[in-house]
Design a protein around this ligand. Structure first.
Ligand SMILES: [Zn+2]
Length: 119
């Protein structure tokens, strides 16, 4: 459902227009998260576990992310996976919007400069 990356920017929008567009677009994007969700297979702590003995282990979801420069991993219970996935999707949308806003902002500044020097 992603829109074309070649979406034309409006010719005479200014920084305030873009700010308004960004705030409006981000408003409903909650929850948000950054990182990735992976299915990890790991052994448990029980001594006589059939699954571990058979080499199957136990599958659990883990959220990998960064806090400052540090990587972290966080166990995610199965019933919360859908919520975390939604948060990650929204997080990607927010990043995408910021990137688009930056491009439009740069265009707006350049147009502003051009029209000033035309006077
Ligand atoms: Zn086990």
């Amino acid at each position: 459902m992603s829109r074309s990356a070649r979406t034309r920017t409006k010719k005479n929008e200014n920084a305030d227009d873009i700010r308004q567009w960004l705030v409006e677009s981000i408003k409903d994007l909650w929850p948000v998260a950054d990182g990735s969700l992976s299915l990890r297979k790991s052994p448990c702590v029980r001594t006589n576990c059939a699954a571990c003995a058979a080499g199957e282990g136990h599958r659990s979801y883990v959220l990998y992310g960064r806090r400052g420069g540090q990587r972290y991993s966080l166990y995610v219970p199965e019933e919360l996976v859908a919520d975390i996935q939604l948060a990650l999707e929204n997080g990607r949308r927010v990043k995408d919007l910021i990137s688009k806003a930056g491009e439009r902002y740069a265009h707006a500044l350049k147009n502003q400069r051009r029209s000033r020097s035309d006077m």
